[in-house]
Design a protein around this ligand. Sequence first.
Ligand code: NI
Length: 169
Amino acid sequence: MILPIRKYPNQTLRKKAQRVEKITDSILALIDNMIETMMAADGLGLAANQVGSLKRIFVLNTSFDKKAPEPLVVINPEIIFQDEKEFIEEEGCLSFPELYLKISRPERVKIQAVDNYNRDYILDTSGILAKAVMHEIDHLNGVLFIDHIRPEEEKILQKYLKKIKPTVK
Ligand code: NI
Protein backbone atom coordinates (compact mmCIF):
# COMPACT_ATOMS: atom_id res chain seq x y z
CA MET A 1 0.00 0.00 0.00
CA ILE A 2 1.35 3.40 -0.94
CA LEU A 3 1.26 5.72 2.04
CA PRO A 4 0.94 9.50 1.91
CA ILE A 5 4.34 11.17 2.47
CA ARG A 6 4.32 13.94 5.07
CA LYS A 7 5.65 17.16 3.65
CA TYR A 8 7.39 19.91 5.57
CA PRO A 9 6.26 21.55 7.89
CA ASN A 10 4.26 18.52 9.10
CA GLN A 11 4.86 18.10 12.86
CA THR A 12 5.77 14.39 12.69
CA LEU A 13 8.94 15.30 10.79
CA ARG A 14 10.20 17.14 13.87
CA LYS A 15 9.53 14.34 16.36
CA LYS A 16 12.00 11.77 17.62
CA ALA A 17 11.09 8.21 16.64
CA GLN A 18 11.07 5.47 19.28
CA ARG A 19 12.98 2.19 19.27
CA VAL A 20 11.23 -0.86 17.86
CA GLU A 21 11.03 -3.34 20.74
CA LYS A 22 9.45 -6.20 18.82
CA ILE A 23 9.03 -6.88 15.12
CA THR A 24 5.31 -7.53 14.98
CA ASP A 25 3.07 -8.14 11.96
CA SER A 26 2.07 -4.49 11.98
CA ILE A 27 5.75 -3.44 11.90
CA LEU A 28 6.33 -5.81 8.96
CA ALA A 29 3.31 -4.37 7.17
CA LEU A 30 4.61 -0.85 7.80
CA ILE A 31 8.01 -1.83 6.33
CA ASP A 32 6.37 -3.34 3.20
CA ASN A 33 4.36 -0.17 2.74
CA MET A 34 7.41 2.02 3.26
CA ILE A 35 9.33 0.14 0.55
CA GLU A 36 6.38 0.40 -1.82
CA THR A 37 5.97 4.11 -1.04
CA MET A 38 9.70 4.82 -1.53
CA MET A 39 9.69 3.02 -4.89
CA ALA A 40 6.53 4.76 -6.09
CA ALA A 41 8.03 8.14 -5.18
CA ASP A 42 11.34 7.19 -6.84
CA GLY A 43 13.19 7.90 -3.62
CA LEU A 44 16.55 6.71 -2.39
CA GLY A 45 15.37 6.41 1.19
CA LEU A 46 12.34 6.85 3.41
CA ALA A 47 12.06 7.13 7.17
CA ALA A 48 9.01 6.08 9.20
CA ASN A 49 8.45 9.68 10.39
CA GLN A 50 7.77 10.61 6.79
CA VAL A 51 4.74 8.32 6.65
CA GLY A 52 3.50 9.39 10.07
CA SER A 53 4.91 6.56 12.19
CA LEU A 54 7.33 7.36 15.02
CA LYS A 55 9.34 4.13 14.86
CA ARG A 56 13.09 3.92 14.38
CA ILE A 57 12.86 2.38 10.92
CA PHE A 58 14.06 3.51 7.54
CA VAL A 59 14.38 1.89 4.14
CA LEU A 60 16.91 2.52 1.40
CA ASN A 61 17.12 1.54 -2.23
CA THR A 62 20.77 0.57 -2.28
CA SER A 63 20.87 -0.02 -6.04
CA PHE A 64 19.74 3.60 -6.73
CA ASP A 65 17.86 2.03 -9.63
CA LYS A 66 14.09 1.98 -9.72
CA LYS A 67 14.00 -0.81 -12.31
CA ALA A 68 16.23 -3.11 -10.27
CA PRO A 69 15.56 -2.10 -6.68
CA GLU A 70 17.57 -3.52 -3.80
CA PRO A 71 15.67 -2.42 -0.73
CA LEU A 72 17.44 -2.48 2.61
CA VAL A 73 15.50 -2.42 5.88
CA VAL A 74 17.16 -0.59 8.77
CA ILE A 75 15.63 -0.92 12.24
CA ASN A 76 17.03 0.73 15.40
CA PRO A 77 20.21 2.01 13.72
CA GLU A 78 23.18 3.05 15.87
CA ILE A 79 26.15 4.89 14.42
CA ILE A 80 29.34 3.06 15.38
CA PHE A 81 31.75 4.99 13.18
CA GLN A 82 31.55 8.30 11.44
CA ASP A 83 34.39 9.67 9.32
CA GLU A 84 35.61 13.14 10.27
CA LYS A 85 36.28 13.74 6.60
CA GLU A 86 33.21 15.11 4.88
CA PHE A 87 32.13 15.70 1.30
CA ILE A 88 29.58 18.08 -0.15
CA GLU A 89 27.00 16.77 -2.58
CA GLU A 90 23.49 17.66 -3.66
CA GLU A 91 20.75 16.20 -1.53
CA GLY A 92 16.97 16.00 -1.76
CA CYS A 93 14.16 14.73 0.46
CA LEU A 94 10.72 13.33 -0.35
CA SER A 95 9.27 15.65 2.31
CA PHE A 96 10.65 18.69 0.43
CA PRO A 97 9.61 18.21 -3.21
CA GLU A 98 11.86 20.00 -5.68
CA LEU A 99 14.31 21.30 -3.10
CA TYR A 100 17.94 20.32 -3.63
CA LEU A 101 20.72 21.57 -1.39
CA LYS A 102 24.42 20.84 -1.26
CA ILE A 103 24.95 19.31 2.16
CA SER A 104 28.17 18.25 3.84
CA ARG A 105 28.15 14.68 5.19
CA PRO A 106 30.77 12.20 6.43
CA GLU A 107 32.53 10.28 3.66
CA ARG A 108 32.13 7.01 5.52
CA VAL A 109 29.62 5.80 8.10
CA LYS A 110 29.30 2.46 9.84
CA ILE A 111 26.05 1.53 11.56
CA GLN A 112 24.70 -1.37 13.53
CA ALA A 113 21.05 -2.24 12.95
CA VAL A 114 18.45 -5.00 12.82
CA ASP A 115 16.69 -6.22 9.68
CA ASN A 116 13.07 -7.31 9.27
CA TYR A 117 14.04 -10.86 10.35
CA ASN A 118 15.40 -9.44 13.61
CA ARG A 119 18.96 -10.21 12.57
CA ASP A 120 21.75 -7.87 13.71
CA TYR A 121 24.01 -6.57 11.00
CA ILE A 122 26.67 -3.97 10.39
CA LEU A 123 26.49 -1.69 7.39
CA ASP A 124 29.73 -0.05 6.30
CA THR A 125 28.92 2.65 3.77
CA SER A 126 30.66 5.44 1.93
CA GLY A 127 29.78 8.17 -0.53
CA ILE A 128 26.15 8.59 -1.55
CA LEU A 129 24.97 5.64 0.54
CA ALA A 130 26.67 7.02 3.67
CA LYS A 131 25.00 10.34 2.94
CA ALA A 132 21.61 8.61 2.61
CA VAL A 133 22.16 6.74 5.90
CA MET A 134 22.95 9.99 7.75
CA HIS A 135 19.96 11.73 6.15
CA GLU A 136 17.58 8.95 7.27
CA ILE A 137 19.03 8.66 10.80
CA ASP A 138 18.50 12.42 11.08
CA HIS A 139 14.83 11.89 10.20
CA LEU A 140 14.48 9.43 13.10
CA ASN A 141 15.78 12.16 15.41
CA GLY A 142 13.47 14.84 14.02
CA VAL A 143 16.37 16.49 12.20
CA LEU A 144 15.95 17.62 8.58
CA PHE A 145 18.47 18.30 5.84
CA ILE A 146 17.63 22.00 5.91
CA ASP A 147 19.15 22.05 9.42
CA HIS A 148 22.56 21.38 7.84
CA ILE A 149 22.28 24.19 5.33
CA ARG A 150 25.47 26.03 4.44
CA PRO A 151 25.23 29.84 4.59
CA GLU A 152 25.75 30.16 0.83
CA GLU A 153 22.49 28.31 0.15
CA GLU A 154 20.34 30.07 2.74
CA LYS A 155 18.71 32.21 0.03
CA ILE A 156 17.60 29.14 -1.95
CA LEU A 157 15.94 27.76 1.16
CA GLN A 158 14.20 31.01 2.09
CA LYS A 159 12.81 31.28 -1.43
CA TYR A 160 11.54 27.70 -1.23
CA LEU A 161 9.94 28.14 2.18
CA LYS A 162 8.09 31.23 0.99
CA LYS A 163 6.67 29.23 -1.90
CA ILE A 164 5.31 26.26 0.06
CA LYS A 165 1.95 26.58 1.70
CA PRO A 166 1.78 25.46 5.31
CA THR A 167 0.15 22.03 5.41
CA VAL A 168 -2.50 21.16 7.95
CA LYS A 169 -1.14 18.83 10.62
NI1 NI B 1 14.37 12.89 3.74
